[in-house]
Design a protein around this ligand. Structure first.
Ligand SMILES: [Zn+2]
Length: 376
């Protein structure tokens, strides 16, 4: 009787030990699998996929750079936020570009946080110097006085040098009008393409550079992906009226999640499922009004009606400067980090280099923003 009791106790103990061991092995296995899967899905590109990479820029300043790999074609939209971001951008892009060639470069508008990487001083390598560039598509207009500015003249010089090396160069207006060899739609093969969408500020001069932004719609099968640069309200209204905008799986938040962009006139047409914001969240580069730092409360209230899947590249750190009696920027860290949206034939997934936490679940959001009712 005593032995039997002892035996069943030993059996029970062994069961517990094996159960714990089994759980531990399973947990470690799952962790390894998950980590490898996350790294793999960011590092490895599969032929036939279309992937959109929203890049961190290596500093505390808000800016844009999106790298797109589509059927083996390499595309760059913008290269901000500072000329010093060039090394950060190339280190990332070179993981994917195997032939040192960017088939297409789109420059949305003549603001430093978008075109600094193309507008370096003479003697400093720009993105145009560092890659063989196929076709450059850029803004058709600039604001009055821009032609006097040094960075703009740097840009013109770098464009003209790229052209002497063989790059084709078209404005967004030439694309929508299909003049001088420009096309409105560029076929990328495997049911992928991009189209330069029309908007009034390709032919009219606006008081804000943002409204001159080149707007591009990428298509993969029946899925659409929209990029509007820093286009503001009047530009968005004309974009919505001049184009038959489709439902979009992905929308890159206009103007870094500013209150001046992403209005309902646009959002109700595209009903976005995923929204990526390129900014240093909460930094005080442009304002001391905390509701208006990127991504703004107004933007969040409007986008929340359509999706919870909002991702943000970088988090700015701020401190209160007693001498200046105001908040100042004090460095940065990754929020989601580099955000990669991959469209395959059967799915669209989001993988980020730091974490995949959606905006509403971040500590920054909980401490700095009011949760809209749609996200409650
Ligand atoms: Zn901008």
């Amino acid at each position: 009787m005593a032995t039997k009791k002892y035996n069943s106790f030993v059996s029970f103990l062994l069961c517990v030990v094996f159960a714990v061991l089994g759980f531990a092995v399973g947990a470690v296995g799952l962790y390894v699998y998950k980590t490898q899967k996350e790294i793999a899905s960011i590092q490895v590109y599969s032929a036939g996929d279309m992937s959109f990479h929203f890049l961190e820029l290596g500093n505390e300043y808000t800016g844009d750079c999106t790298y797109i790999k589509a059927n083996g074609v390499d595309i760059l939209i913008d290269a901000g936020s500072k000329t010093s971001s060039i090394s950060t951008i190339t280190a990332y892009v070179n993981q994917y570009v195997t032939d040192n060639k960017l088939e297409y470069v789109i420059v949305t508008h003549a603001h430093e946080d978008h075109y600094a990487g193309f507008a370096t001083n003479d003697g400093t390598s720009s993105i145009f110097d560092l890659y063989e560039v196929g076709t450059i598509i850029d803004f058709a207009q600039i604001t009055d006085g821009k032609e006097e500015q040094k960075m703009y003249n740097n840009y013109l010089r770098e464009i003209s040098e790229a052209k002497t090396r063989g790059a084709k160069h078209y404005s967004a207006l030439e694309c929508v009008q299909e003049t001088n060899g420009a096309k409105s739609t560029y076929d990328l093969g495997s049911d992928m393409s991009f189209t330069i969408l029309n908007q009034r500020y390709y032919s009219e001069v606006s008081t804000t550079e943002n409204n001159h932004s080149v707007c591009t719609l990428f298509t993969h099968g029946n899925k659409n992906f929209l990029f509007t640069g820093d286009l503001e309200k009047l530009g968005e209204e004309s974009l919505a009226s001049l184009n038959d905008l489709p439902h979009c799986v992905l929308y890159k938040a206009g103007h870094h999640g500013s209150k001046t962009s992403s209005h309902n006139v646009l959002l109700e047409e595209i009903t976005p499922e995923i929204c990526c914001v390129c900014c240093c969240a909460g930094n005080v580069e442009y304002t001391q009004d905390m509701d208006n730092t990127f991504p703004t409360q107004d933007f969040i209230d409007r986008i929340s009606v359509y999706t919870r899947k909002v991702y943000v590249t970088t988090l700015g750190k701020i401190i209160f400067d007693e001498d200046k009696q105001k908040y100042v920027n004090n460095g940065y860290e990754s929020m989601n980090g580099n955000i990669v949206v991959t469209s395959t034939a059967s799915s669209t997934e989001v993988n980020c280099s730091n974490n995949n936490t959606i905006l509403k679940d971040t500590n920054w959001f909980k401490n700095n923003r009011t949760c809209p009712s749609a996200w409650a």
